[in-house]
Each structure stands twice: as structure tokens, then as C-alpha cells.
Design a protein around this ligand. Sequence first.
Ligand code: AMP
Length: 114
Amino acid sequence: MSEDLFLKIIDREIPADIVYETDTVLAFRDIAPQAPVHILIIPKIKIRTVNDVDAEHTELLGELILAAKRIAKAQGVADQGYRLVMNCNEAAGQTVWHIHLHLLGGRALQWPPG
Ligand code: AMP
């Protein structure tokens, strides 16, 4: 998968179903949804993996969670519940090298995940 896929979505070079945007954060529907609501929330700056997160990103990461809360409410899944997931590196299933928070909701989710 392209190293810059999500940067291309941020730059509107490839289309996405965008549901939320601020100066620092963008959120769009996952192209292969694993639940009725499956939205990816990303920072507009490139951070490859959670291993690359630094203290300077603390506020930005908080903005991802705040975005998730707002989106969950707007999508109607806040009260029933939803899951936030950030995969780090291959063993966890990361395939796009720009950190992204998965927001999954709209169905009962199993635990532990696979
Ligand atoms: P991960 O496996 O955690 O790296 O998640 C990457 C996610 O990006 C997967 O759920 C993909 O379905 C999703 N994805 C890949 N390409 C696109 C795209 N062009 N638009 C929206 N979602 C995408």
C-alpha cells in the first residue's frame, strides 16, 4: 500500500468519504468497513506508527480522541458503545504508515480481538 495514501486523502488527491475535519485532524469512512460504523481518524501531519509518537504530539493525540467522541455521537453510536483501535506495525495488522484511530460501532464487538 502507498506510503502516502492518507496524505493523499488529506490533500484531496484521492477521494474519501470525509465525515469530520479540523485544522489538525481528518476523519473519513474506512473503504473496507468491519462494522456498520467504521471511521478512520488521522492527524494531518504524518506520524508513521505509534512508535514514532513523541511528547510534542500529546495535544494532537488528544484531539484524535476528542474527534472520536464527537463522531461517535454524530453517527449515533455513542450511547450503545464503540471501539477505538490503533494498530502498530505488522503483527498488529497495520497496513497504512500514517497513524489512524479506527472507530468501530453499530454492532456488538467481540473481545478479545483476533
Ligand atoms: P490498519 O490495518 O490499521 O493500518 O488500517 C488501515 C485501514 O485503512 C484499513 O481498515 C483499510 O480498509 C483502510 N483503507 C485503506 N485504503 C483506504 C482508502 N483509500 N480510503 C479509506 N480507507 C482505506
